[in-house]
Design a protein around this ligand. Sequence first.
Ligand SMILES: [Zn+2]
Length: 165
Amino acid sequence: LKWRNHKAVTLAAVYAASGLLTASVCAMIGSVLPDILECRGVIEHRTITHWPWLWLGGMFLFWTIYKTSGTSPVYFYFLMCACAGALLHVAEDALSNGGVPVFSPYGEKTGFGIYKTCSLGEELSTLGMVAIFSLFGWVRGYFDADHILQQLADAGSFVDRLLHG
Ligand SMILES: [Zn+2]
């Protein structure tokens, strides 16, 4: 997927699942990591940075630290959500024809072939997923004014703690 499509699908998916604006935005930022970390071809495309277990492990690690650390856990919350976003990136790539490595990071790639990367199918798949997730979030009341206002307030205090400890 293109970066903007990864961001859109990940933001919509995490918000539909959690209703948490801060977590969704952190995940959105993390959703471009698997491609950024390839450093423009230094690391072979869709290998170790697209290995789901790496991000699953990161999520678990930062969640554990987040739950047990007493001071400034906001950083670990951010890292945990970023890893979740990266994991979703891998899941989104897994829907393409190219697929991602499931077992060994440099091994055979598995893909569901729902869309072809950089095709009209990619754009339609993105629109479809964002629409479904948004509908799901809307049904759950995550687009109600009072919910959104609360989320904005939470996001504000998160940024404040991130910047000022
Ligand atoms: Zn990718």
